[in-house]
Ligand binder design. Structure first.
Ligand code: DC
Length: 229
């Protein structure tokens, strides 16, 4: 039986940074499911599928073989055998991921892969539907959020540091639009699982959030009679 930690939440809440740190502390693998949706989106873009063409998405997604491996502890996403880590963070890929991830066929394929990974490995998995759909029996479930303003400010600082000029109001508007899309889609919408612990990181440091999650793990391990030891 594997040990499963599920972290869901909206874009920019700090899920990946925190999940990566928790995974390191626990010695588990970190599974970034957003990267898988991005790899699928990248494939659809290379096939010139229109984001609104549902049939085109369903037909083409069948030919995208997405797997992950680890290099130096980092997740590498392979699309038909090719490392696509370098291209999936682009803006247009994010937009296509947002348009294609509601498609049931895309979700079916990627959810299956995610479940398989968690069956055979101890995982910290982050995404939008991990606690609700992918790992409904996860040992620890966290819904990590922060106000739209704080998330926009974090993104603004990140881009400014890279010398990219940007407008915080525009970033905040984009974040709110993305939240709305993720929360209102028909299949696997973003929502807090009933048994997930809500963590609002608006006024917390990364290490404080990591500490809260590690405490939840400890509590869970004690309650379940140390079944993993
Ligand atoms: O977290 P991210 O920005 O890398 O995610 C990219 C897109 O994939 C985003 O629009 C939401 C979607 N996604 C999803 O639908 N389900 C997940 N488990 C993870 C991401």
């Amino acid at each position: 039986m594997s040990y499963q930690i599920a972290i869901d939440g909206p874009a920019g809440a700090g899920k990946s940074t925190i999940a990566r740190k928790v995974a390191k502390q626990k010695g588990f693998i970190y599974v970034d499911t957003g990267a898988m949706y991005r790899a699928m989106a990248y494939y659809l873009l290379t096939k010139k599928v229109n984001p609104e063409d549902e049939h085109g998405i369903e037909e083409n997604c069948k030919n995208a073989d997405i797997t992950i491996c680890y290099e130096g502890g980092e997740q590498v996403v392979l699309l038909n055998g090719e490392n696509v880590n370098g291209v999936i963070r682009r803006e247009e890929v994010g937009n296509m991921a947002s348009a294609s991830s509601p498609n049931p066929k895309v979700r079916e394929r990627l959810t299956l892969l995610q479940k398989e990974l968690a069956k055979t490995n101890n995982v910290v998995m982050d995404g939008r539907d991990i606690g609700t759909c992918v790992l409904p029996d996860a040992d620890v479930k966290v819904y990590l959020t922060a106000s739209a303003r704080v998330r926009a400010k974090r993104r603004f600082d990140e881009l400014s540091e890279k010398g990219i000029s940007c407008d915080i109001e525009q970033i905040e508007a984009d974040i709110m639009k993305r939240d709305e899309q993720d929360m209102t889609r028909k299949v696997a919408p973003l929502k807090q699982a009933e048994d997930a612990v809500l963590v609002d990181s608006s006024n917390m440091s990364i290490d404080e959030v990591v500490g809260v999650i590690l405490d939840l793990c400890e509590k869970c391990e004690k309650e379940r009679d140390c079944r993993w030891k």
